[in-house]
Design a protein around this ligand. Structure first.
Ligand code: PLP
Length: 342
């Protein structure tokens, strides 16, 4: 069952090596495994302001400890990472580019393929954080030249919390960080070289992975493109249903959602209602309207500095595969009521 889940995930991610998909606790585990298993003393890494703390913190710690040097790229006003900026930041000792596929704050889809080609030209490794994109945005690790991809089960992959891991391309040498039993060859004194055992020690989360398998199976049946189209249409419904649209603060281009079909973004949007803290809006939506949103910094403080919303953050509304147009109209009416527009 576990190996079948690897095969299904490999199909979904356009990855040729199912055995090199390693399971861990979540995307954080996969990202730590990659960052700490690849970077060595004296290396330089490139990251961006759009990253989740699961990318920023391990890199910052290595930098603080004097192990690596780090460049954090700014984002454009459209909340994108410019591949030319990546190219300009590369130094002689650059080893790793660690970048998100989709920002969990702005919802923008990054030009991973263009960045992957630069990484190949310059013989670097590209680590992509696909926590917010896997199962929602089509990705092809081979075509997009992605060397390492971290995923989480509990978002677009429709699996349980506490599942996730790392797909490790053949160019990437990752040192094992969790060494122990593999249920296979017990004679070797150290962790086996072969995947997935090289990076997978101990008893796996069998029940969690079983749930993840069903999520991935459903996505393969339905098609990731159709999930993305569904999410974008729902965002359009939300924006056009709002009466208070003009009086809200928008982070992530409401005009693009309404007029260009949500191009270059997934189905999430950040807003603020003037006069209310994001946490107040979140609490009102929860308690009075039974609508769950995520207020605050979303574990991505640099992204909020980029938006100018640090430290209070924003209210993030996210649509998913099970969300309906009626849900979005209800959310719009609730926001209107809080904003005093209805
Ligand atoms: C962009 C991004 N990266 C990483 C993570 C961390 O995922 P996990 O909590 O599964 O470790 C999240 C979300 O939770 C995320 O949105």
């Amino acid at each position: 069952m576990i190996n079948d889940t690897r095969r299904l995930l490999a199909r979904l991610l356009g990855f040729k090596h199912p055995e090199r998909i390693v399971f861990g606790h979540n995307a954080t585990d996969g990202l730590n495994m990659a960052i700490k298993g690849i970077l060595c003393a004296g290396d330089h890494a490139i990251t961006s302001v759009l990253e989740h703390n699961s990318v920023s913190r391990p890199l910052n710690q290595l930098e603080n400890d004097g192990v690596i040097t780090l460049t954090r790229l700014e984002a454009t006003s459209d909340h994108l990472i410019d591949p030319d900026e990546v190219r300009r930041a590369i130094r002689k000792n650059t080893r790793l580019l660690a970048l998100t596929h989709v920002s969990n704050v702005t919802g923008t889809i990054q030009p991973v393929g263009a960045i992957g080609r630069i990484a190949r030209e310059r013989d670097l490794l590209l680590l992509v954080d696909a926590a917010q994109s896997a199962g929602v945005v089509p990705i092809d690790m081979e075509q997009d030249a992605v060397d390492l991809l971290a995923f989480t089960g509990h978002k677009g992959l429709l699996g349980p919390t506490g599942t996730g891991g790392l797909a490790v391309g053949e160019r990437a040498e990752v040192r094992p960080w969790r060494e122990g039993g593999t249920g296979g060859d017990s004679t070797r004194p150290v962790q086996p070289e072969e995947f997935p055992h090289r990076l997978e020690g101990g008893t796996p989360n069998v029940f969690g992975i079983a749930g993840l398998r069903e999520g991935v199976r459903l996505l393969l049946e339905r098609g990731v493109e159709s999930v993305l189209a569904h999410e974008r249409a729902l965002l359009g419904t939300f924006v056009t249903s709002l009466q208070s649209r003009g009086s809200l603060e928008w982070y992530g281009a409401d005009r693009l959602i309404a007029e260009r079909g949500g191009e270059r973004r997934v189905g999430l949007v950040g807003i603020n209602v003037p006069g209310f803290a994001p946490s107040e809006v979140g609490a009102i939506l929860d308690e009075r309207f039974d609508i769950a949103v995520r207020p605050g910094l979303h574990c991505a403080p640099y992204a909020h500095k980029h938006l100018g919303t640090y430290p209070q953050g924003t209210v993030r509304l996210s649509a998913g595969i099970l969300t309906t147009p009626e849900d979005m109209r209800r959310a719009a009416a609730a926001v209107d009521e809080i904003a005093g527009a209805s």
